[in-house]
Design a binder for this molecule. Structure first.
Ligand SMILES: [Fe+2]
Length: 151
């Protein structure tokens, strides 16, 4: 049977992942709101699609934490304390820099999801372990779209 330590490690890693989803959601929205330039329409719409996808997973991840018996994030301060993805508070940056930043963040997210999956395996949480593959595919799809936009 998996021990309490494995469960605690899983809850901690899932809360970190959740903080990254919230952070990347808001960063993607920041770029959605402030992007400018010849590709405005495409980027404005792509960023919104990606933000919606990120936000849709936040409730699912938070409830996986609760189903594992843990407390999850409670507010903006808790998100800031747990996130590994960095905010970008600039409103005027080059559109391609926005695309590159989000590409790098989504690639980093894939690694964080992999760590959650490993923690889920350790803790015997089959549901999270299985769902993590879908989260990875979504993050890789976002990274792919962003990468192709840079090419
Ligand atoms: Fe909008």
């Amino acid at each position: 049977m998996p021990g309490d330590n494995a469960k605690k490690a899983l809850i901690d890693s899932m809360n970190g992942l959740l903080a990254d989803y919230f952070t990347l959601y808001l960063k993607t929205k920041n770029y959605h709101w402030h992007v400018a330039g010849p590709q405005f329409r495409d980027l404005h719409l792509m960023f919104d699609e990606q933000a919606a996808e990120l936000f849709a997973l936040t409730d699912i991840i938070a409830e996986r934490v609760r189903k594992n018996g843990g407390d999850t994030l409670t507010g903006i301060g808790a998100i800031a304390g747990k996130a590994s993805i960095k905010d970008d508070d600039r409103s005027k940056l080059d559109a391609m820099e926005m695309v590159r930043n989000l590409r790098d963040d989504n690639v980093a997210l894939v690694k964080t999801i992999r760590a959650v999956k490993e923690a889920a395996t350790e803790a015997g949480d089959n549901a999270t372990e299985g769902m993590a593959d879908d989260w990875t595919d979504q993050a890789e799809q976002r990274a792919w779209f962003l990468t192709q936009t840079l090419a």
